[in-house]
Write a protein that binds this ligand. Structure first.
Ligand SMILES: Cc1ncc(C[n+]2csc(CCOP(=O)(O)OP(=O)(O)O)c2C)c(N)n1
Length: 963
């Protein structure tokens, strides 16, 4: 080996050493032994972030090498020129180790903080002395084999290049990326130009103009509306030209549409200066006016939550922009934006995912703190969710409300979570706008090239408090003392351009004056500004109208021949396909259902609903944990070949020109996946979009999506969604967390015709309610309590005819075959969902004839008229509400008031329903199967006991007499 350490092999050795540094096991043990004596060992990937624990002197290294030489059987003496040759190789290897150290850790030394508050310790690995170099070595040429663009360079040149490339206003973290191509791309992109762009005069002037517009916007509002919350961008104005750069560079690289999500900070500025929302419209909202015309409806939202859209032109290329409306809840909009971007890619046939881009702007504290950030990052390369990479821009003002980073994260940067998807991270000093634009350009190119997430961490500061009424000196006095005297980014940059002669002396102030003049004119126009018509039902939404009242059935029945064809296609096993034998039996049972037209179970009805939509031209997308097979082994919408594991999806093999059925096993997340599907549904009204919880209980991990978007989004932002949530629900003795989908939560949210909540008891009704989502001219989210045991209950079946022409969804279902004349009915039990079958069997077992069942299939909108009609048949009967859930859960507290209204209006015997169900409880269900069975038996007994048998009293006339 010793013979190989000579100048002829220098390139080979350097390459081998690089390989060793990437993975020490990639070289053989002798080389490993030799390389381990060099200082680069601390840079091995395994201990990446740990500061160096060694400080090896040059003599030690040579000593190690000399020892090696001494042990070589070929060497008896060491001539001077050999020593020189080896010395120069060792110099090369040590230089390579140092270059690598800068690639990995140079960002630690970069000048990222505009306020320069952080006291940085010099990092030992970024010191030449740690590689055995000393002051005499500075001008000796070292062979570095084209690293940093030099074949040979002096230490002085190497250090200069390293400092400029890795330790200027930009700190790059990219060595954590596993893909060598991506890593090399970044390395080349930044090293060849020392991470710096020489902007043209026009380029520099444009940057200054954008920064001036950003600053003037905030300052103008600060003067006109003193202390009014606007969550100003002051201290991070460079965000505006950065976003412009993404759009401009992106459009050169094929970008046509962008979906943006962001929180409060700088949102108004982005609306005005990027989305080009007229300043007069923003002023009108500051004056307290609504963002929408008066007749548009809705309850509205604060101005820094509103969405917007615009078409922007860059070098004759149009880019459509959408800023998603968002709630106060930080980071939850991420999922919605990514889902929306994915839907838009589908609409544009953007297979390469280069036409549509999601951009997310984050606060530093929120990005580090909120769990949904990592859930959404995890979508990055997932087949069912990827969007070709999201560009993340952190508006990093080094504070979260009043909280310092030391209290809000355990990692060095707020961006470390992004390393989990190996996203490259560019930290950049926001007071250096040219560096910001340069980094943004690279970030955009990287995303378009590799289709992965990228992070731009723009480090600025917050000039005022969290909002404009806040006093930041209470908590960050040092920082704010510094900020008071710190010039604005615009001032710094204007001075730089004056110094460079790009603009004349005073040119910066002149730009400010011009911008203020424009804002003043807009301000005057804002006083009488009237918003145009709401644009929420344009484009893909044309044909959709605001919902009206009434039964709103929709035309959901399907031609029987067509249902038959779909059904049989679902049972056709391709000849080459090696199907699982158990599945084969299931498929053949399905075939019997279809051919006989009877006994159609839940899963088959669902597949028929999906299939009928697909062939009529509506795509279907269902995602959830293990949804392909189905948690309860019921769906089997994806078949796996038992030999080669190829997947076959019967619903995608119905017709040649059918729409696509996307069925996705989701990552194990609730909030992000539900948010994603909500976002998808917002962009795509013509597809049926469904999210399924593994068990309904788990949906509470996504409560924020339900509260902030699904139930209130239309009212706040006039944005409809036809999303369906499938929530397995039912008391079957499976314990506290596999019984209840928390129906009560959804019912409590119902109001103002916002969502629909159903708990169907028949496959046919489920079929209709799914189809109804698409077959009407409005969209509303649909919450479905779905069954578990009923999936295999022989009573819970429908006939094909019940899905045929003229059939429809029933909001209330009654006993089909009455057991006694209406006048003889002593008790009407109203219930919803699975308990109906328990009650049905108990009534049959006890041979009771005078109890009548009404099933409330749709709980909201509450079918008052239908119930009035049904209950009018039994004025003298006792009315009971029966549920399996504890009294403080389930539908009881919701239906109680509503039923009372119906019963009072009817004026019959019962003015309020009597409750039968589990007593109130803290936990939704018992953990003991025995207790569960006893409780269930008690409910049934109470429901069936004490029914009046004799002639009934005429209670209404008795009551009248008493009055
Ligand atoms: C989920 C959530 N929790 C708490 C809050 C309250 N809150 C609003 S802004 C803020 C600080 C955010 O800090 P950062 O992410 O750094 O953004 P900045 O305001 O500094 O721009 C907090 C805690 C919120 N809006 N959302």
């Amino acid at each position: 080996m010793n013979n190989l350490i000579n100048p002829q092999n220098a390139s080979f050795l350097l390459q081998l050493y690089e390989e060793y540094l990437n993975d020490k096991n990639s070289v053989d043990s002798q080389w490993r032994g030799f390389f381990s004596t060099l200082p680069g060992d601390s840079l091995l990937d395994s201990d990446f972030e740990r500061p160096a624990s060694w400080s090896t002197s040059k003599t030690e290294i040579i000593g190690a090498f000399s020892d090696d030489a001494k042990t070589s059987s070929h060497e008896t003496h060491t001539p001077t020129d050999d020593i020189d040759a080896r010395q120069s190789i060792l110099d090369s290897l040590r230089a390579i180790a140092m270059i690598r150290a800068y690639r990995i850790r140079g960002h630690l030394k970069a000048k990222l903080d505009p306020l320069d508050l952080s006291e940085k310790e010099p990092h030992p690995e970024l010191e030449p002395s740690n590689y055995g170099f000393n002051s005499q070595d500075w001008d000796r040429p070292i062979f570095i084999d084209n690293a940093l663009g030099f074949e040979k360079a002096s230490l002085r040149q190497i250090m200069d290049a390293l400092e400029k490339t890795y330790c200027g206003s930009i700190g790059v973290e990219f060595m954590h990326i596993q893909d060598p191509e991506q890593k090399t791309w970044i390395q080349n992109r930044i090293e060849q130009i020392q991470n710096h762009t020489d902007f043209t005069v026009l380029g520099k002037k444009t940057i200054l103009e954008r920064i001036t517009a950003a600053e003037c916007f905030e300052k103008f509002l600060a003067v006109k509306y003193v202390g009014t919350k606007r969550f100003g961008l002051d201290g991070a104005e460079s965000v505006i030209p950065a976003l412009e750069q993404i759009l401009k560079r992106g459009s050169q690289l094929g970008l046509e549409e962008v979906v943006v999500g962001m929180a409060h900070r700088g949102r108004l500025n982005v609306l005005c200066n990027v989305m080009k929302k007229p300043f007069r419209a923003i002023i009108s909202e500051f004056l307290g006016n609504s963002a929408y015309p008066v007749d548009a409806g809705g309850s509205g939202d604060v101005k820094y939550h509103m969405g917007s859209s615009a078409d922007r032109e860059f070098d004759e290329k149009m880019v459509h922009l959408t800023l998603s409306a968002n709630p106060s809840h930080l980071e939850v909009v991420n999922a919605v934006v990514v889902g929306r971007a994915r839907a838009k890619q589908a609409q544009r046939g953007d297979v390469s995912r280069k036409k549509v881009l999601g951009i997310l702007l984050h606060g530093d504290a929120a990005f580090a703190g909120q769990g949904i950030v990592s859930e959404v990052l995890a979508f990055s390369q997932l087949r069912g969710y990827r969007t070709g990479g999201t560009i993340h821009v952190i508006i990093n003002n080094q504070t979260g409300f009043t909280t310092d980073p030391a209290y809000s994260r355990s990692s060095p940067y707020s961006t470390d979570v992004a390393k989990m998807v190996m996203a490259p991270i560019f930290h950049v000093n926001a007071d250096d706008p040219e560096a910001v634009i340069h980094a943004t350009r690279i970030v955009t190119e990287f995303r378009q090239e590799f289709g992965v997430d990228v992070i731009l961490d723009m480090i600025g500061y917050r000039r005022f408090g969290h909002n404009e009424g806040d006093e930041p000196m209470f908590t960050q006095p040092k920082m704010y003392k510094k900020i008071k005297t710190h010039p604005t980014t615009r001032q710094i940059y204007a001075t730089q351009l004056e110094r460079e002669g790009v603009i004349e002396k005073g040119g910066g102030d002149q730009l400010v004056a011009e911008e203020n003049k424009r804002l003043n004119a807009e301000f005057d126009a804002g006083i009488n500004y009237k918003p145009n018509k709401a644009d929420t039902l344009d484009g893909n939404w044309s044909g959709i109208k605001p919902a009206q009242g009434g039964p709103r059935r929709g035309d959901t029945g399907v031609d029987l021949e067509q249902l038959n064809k779909i059904g049989l296609a679902l049972c056709t096993i391709p000849s080459e396909f090696n199907i699982n034998t158990k599945l084969q039996r299931i498929v053949s049972q399905k075939e019997t259902m279809i051919t006989s037209g009877e006994g159609i179970d839940w899963a088959t009805a669902e597949a028929l609903a999906f299939g009928s939509l697909l062939v009529q031209g509506n795509a279907v997308r269902l995602s959830g944990q293990d949804s392909g097979r189905g948690t309860f082994s019921q769906r089997h919408s994806v078949w796996t070949d038992q030999v080669n594991e190829e997947r076959y999806i019967p619903l995608n093999n119905l017709l040649d020109n059918q729409k696509t059925f996307e069925i996705i096993d989701s990552p194990l997340s609730e909030a992000a996946v539900l948010g994603f599907e909500y976002g998808f549904s917002q962009a795509e009204p013509k597809a049926l979009i469904l999210w399924e919880a593994q068990f309904g209980d788990f949906a509470n991990g996504a409560q924020v999506i339900v509260d902030q978007f699904i139930s209130s989004g239309e009212d706040k932002w006039l944005r409809m969604s036809g999303l369906v949530m499938l929530l397995p629900h039912g008391y079957e003795g499976q314990g506290p967390d596999h019984s209840s989908a928390r129906l009560e939560r959804y019912l409590q949210l119902c109001g103002d015709d916002n969502i629909q909540v159903v708990n169907c008891t028949t496959p046919a009704n489920y079929f209709h309610v799914l189809r109804r989502q698409i077959q009407r001219d409005f969209r509303k989210p649909l919450i479905v309590m779905t069954p578990k045991s009923l999936l295999r209950n022989k009573l819970c079946v429908s006939s094909l005819k019940e899905m045929g022409p003229g059939t429809t969804f029933h909001r209330v279902m009654h006993d089909v075959v009455p057991l006694c004349p209406d006048e003889s009915v002593a008790r009407v039990i109203i219930c919803s969902g699975k308990v109906y079958y328990d009650l049905f069997q108990e009534r049959a077992k006890r041979k009771i004839k005078n109890i009548f069942f009404l099933r409330l299939e749709q709980l909201y909108p509450f079918p008052k008229e239908a119930l009035l009609n049904e209950l009018a048949r039994f004025p003298e009967a006792e009315v009971v509400w029966c549920q399996e859930e504890p009294e403080n859960m389930g539908a009881w507290t919701f239906v109680d008031r509503k039923l009372e209204e119906v019963l009072v209006e009817l004026g019959g015997r019962s003015l309020r329903a009597r409750y039968i169900g589990r007593p109130e409880a803290a936990s939704p269900a018992t953990g003991s199967l025995g207790t569960h069975n006893a409780e269930q038996a008690l409910i049934l007994d109470q429901a069936m006991s004490d029914v009046e048998q004799g002639p009934k009293r005429n209670v209404s006339s008795e009551r009248q007499a008493a009055e």
